[in-house]
Write a protein that binds this ligand. Structure first.
Ligand SMILES: Nc1ncnc2c1ncn2[C@@H]1O[C@H](COP(=O)(O)OP(=O)(O)OP(=O)(O)O)[C@@H](O)[C@H]1O
Length: 297
């Protein structure tokens, strides 16, 4: 659904984006991560035809974004939520967009409901909106044309915790129905919760890409149970190396395998989780350590 091939953007002598290649297939959410200034927005701007690449190509649904017929009905884009006209009401902004994209006006009410903006809020001028309300309006605009692809730059920025949870469900549901989502975010826990794949860039170059499961996978599990001693014995008897710790039994197999052994032994497990897995945050900090502004500090 999205193909980025050897994409490069130079500003003078600086390569803001340098030979970036990745794709986003149907039915998946790809988290696009990188420190400030890494080049995420520049890639998204090139993908949506707002900035011409110096070299390489970015296509959506097999075409350059600019060559799509009525792109608003196929690709939902939110790059800068503050880019709305401040003097218009939220409803006016969406109604104009509905006319441009060619969807019925009733769609405006549908998307307002979808993003949780009330009638009263929709009737207010955008200049009076909070950051989170602008973000919701931007998302409403992205969903307006019932697109197949979503390109969202920092969509969770400014959303309250309920809003973040809601957005995660919305994007997951969109992808599960066959859509493709490219999502940049600095909220790593959110990305970890929703993304199937991740692409990490630092100083314009890709430093890691792959499935979330592969990149943050763990090799073992930890469990607490009503009888940790008996659980350790059962795991050893099943041929695994189990260690009894104050935090439970640690073993070098996947949680599901540990659960099966406990089930077979009739031991009630009260807590079961991956052990030794690096979280996305740890991975991100390690991969982008050289690019971090905090290194000197
Ligand atoms: N129009 C421009 N002219 C010159 N340099 C630019 C321009 N647009 C972006 N850059 C530079 O390109 C680099 C990448 O910027 P970009 O906005 O893509 O980063 P980002 O990963 O989206 O960062 P953030 O997380 O802070 O949003 C930065 O060094 C930025 O200063």
């Amino acid at each position: 659904m999205i193909q980025i091939e050897n994409l490069t953007k130079r500003y003078g002598r600086v390569a803001a984006v340098d030979g970036v290649t990745f794709s986003v297939p149907a039915g998946s959410v790809t988290g696009f991560l990188g420190p400030n200034g890494a080049g995420k927005s520049t890639v998204m701007r090139m993908l949506t035809g707002l900035t011409p690449p110096t070299s390489g190509r970015a296509t959506v649904l097999g075409k350059d974004y600019r060559d799509l017929v009525n792109p608003g009905s196929r690709v939902g884009v939110m790059l800068d939520a503050s880019a709305q006209h401040p003097g218009r009401t939220g409803r006016e902004a969406l109604t104009l967009a509905a006319l441009t994209v060619g969807v019925p006006r009733t769609r405006v009410d549908d998307v307002l409901r979808l993003v949780g903006l009330t009638d009263d809020e929709a009737g207010r001028r955008v200049r009076t909106y909070s950051l989170g309300m602008r973000q919701r309006l931007g998302l409403a605009g992205a969903f307006l044309g019932e697109p197949e692809v979503l390109v969202l730059d920092e969509p969770a920025n400014g959303l309250d915790p309920q809003g973040i949870h809601w957005m995660r469900t919305l994007l997951r549901d969109f992808a599960d129905r066959g859509g493709a989502v490219l999502l940049s975010s600095h909220l790593l826990h959110e990305v970890q919760a929703v993304a199937d794949d991740i692409v990490v860039i630092g100083r314009g170059r890709i430093v890691a890409q792959g499935s979330m499961a592969e990149l943050v996978a763990g090799s073992g599990s930890r469990a607490r149970s009503e009888d940790d001693g008996a659980l350790a014995v059962a795991l050893e008897a099943a041929g695994h190396t189990a260690t009894l710790t104050p935090d439970g039994v640690v073993v070098d197999v996947e949680p599901a395998d540990l659960g099966r052994v406990a089930l077979a032994a009739g031991i009630v497990v009260t807590d079961l989780r991956p052990h030794g897995s690096q979280g996305l945050e740890e991975l991100f900090l390690r991969l982008t350590a050289d690019d971090s502004r905090e290194v000197a500090a």
